[in-house]
Design a protein around this ligand. Structure first.
Ligand SMILES: Cc1ncc(C[n+]2csc(CCOP(=O)(O)OP(=O)(O)O)c2C)c(N)n1
Ligand SMILES: [Mg+2]
Length: 334
């Protein structure tokens, strides 16, 4: 690259840089999600709740950057690894943690748990445990938006393990055929449980799947929240203005196991340590330093996040469980 080219690239980089307030917002969200999940892991170890718990630690820039492109009325639908998407869609740490603790103050009154976060008022439509099963649902909400002409966009998140599933192809095929306002985001963290990508897919470039359906596609690394925002914004614009779907593959990495019971025998410690060099949160902090935010202001964000999560855990701890007599209300009708 010549000096002039480098200068031009730097200028471009600068012009796309969001202002300090936006960067601070990203950092707050990513850090709150990280601290919330660390608190959940601790509570799980203390047996405050059971069942499945899939942590998103390492992938935070994807949910935060992607959801920052949306309007409140837009829909988001995700997998069982969805605490981050729920938080970034405006659900509080209190309602998420209380839900996992099985408390009546949780978003689903404690009846759903970790894999079934849901809040219709925020247009966060779950939380699904069946791999790939929610992808046709995303085509469905996007169809509803087009039919009603309400201008809403649906963002659908799933893992690399969804891509060989029939439901993925059914959802994507219909979205392309009917030109639906939906963005499919494959969070490719290279593993589905203990199975590496090369053992489940014949191609390593997941975005190529879009070609068969004549759909727009994109593919990039997901550790930079600003990059995620800008690239997803392009697809959201295409969905909103042209009613066209996009398949995006965002390469990322989970630092923890698939769920809480994962011995991690399918990857080396070195690989995991190497991936931590691209920690989205370290990078998000670095962006604030580069934007010349004072160290004390960055620490103030960090203190605020710590207080927010501590308060949420206390709230969940002290909340009551749903009254036993009310359990049947959600199963039977008088
Ligand atoms: C239809 C179906 N098959 C198998 C499972 C068991 N299962 C749960 S998570 C998972 C791996 C999915 O991996 P991926 O889609 O890459 O998402 P990630 O966990 O990496 O976020 C599997 C096979 C399931 N929940 N649903
Ligand atoms: Mg995966």
């Amino acid at each position: 690259m010549s000096a002039t080219e480098r200068e031009a690239a730097e200028l471009r980089e600068k012009s796309r840089m969001p202002d300090k307030a936006q960067l601070a917002h990203y950092y707050h969200q990513m850090l709150a999600i990280r601290r919330m999940e660390e608190a959940l892991a601790k509570a799980y170890a203390l047996r405050k709740f059971g069942g499945f718990l899939h942590l998103y630690i390492g992938q935070e820039a994807v949910a935060v950057g992607a959801l920052a492109t949306l309007k409140p009325e837009d829909y988001v639908i995700a997998t069982y690894r969805e605490h981050a998407h729920a938080y970034a869609k405006g659900m509080t740490a209190k309602s998420i943690i209380a839900e996992l603790f099985g408390k009546a103050t949780g978003c689903s009154q404690g009846l759903g748990g970790s894999m079934h976060l849901f809040d219709a008022s925020k247009n966060f439509l779950g939380g699904y445990g069946i791999v790939g099963g929610h992808i046709p649902l995303a085509a469905g909400t996007a169809f509803a938006s087009k039919y009603r002409g309400d201008g809403r966009v649906t963002l659908c998140f799933f893992g690399d393990g969804s891509v060989p599933q029939g439901a993925f192809h059914e959802g994507v095929a219909l979205a392309a055929l009917w030109r639906l306002p939906v963005v499919f985001i494959c969070e490719n963290n290279l593993y589905s449980m203990g199975t590496p990508l090369y053992r489940s897919l014949s191609v390593s470039d997941v975005s190529q799947k879009a070609l068969a359906y004549g759909m727009a596609r994109d593919r990039f690394d997901g550790e930079d929240v600003v990059r995620v925002h800008d690239r997803v914004a392009e697809a959201v614009r295409r969905a909103r203005n042209e009613s066209l779907p996009t398949l995006i593959e965002i390469r990322t990495y989970r630092f923890r196991g698939h769920s809480m019971s994962d011995a991690g025998l399918y990857r080396t410690k070195e690989e995991v340590e190497e991936s931590k060099k691209r920690d989205p949160i370290t990078f998000g902090r670095e962006l604030l330093v580069r934007a010349k935010m004072d160290e004390k202001d960055i620490v103030a964000i960090e203190d605020k996040v710590t207080a927010e999560i501590e308060e949420a855990v206390k709230f969940a701890d002290e909340s009551p469980e749903l009254a036993y007599e009310r359990l049947a209300e959600f199963t039977y009708k008088e």
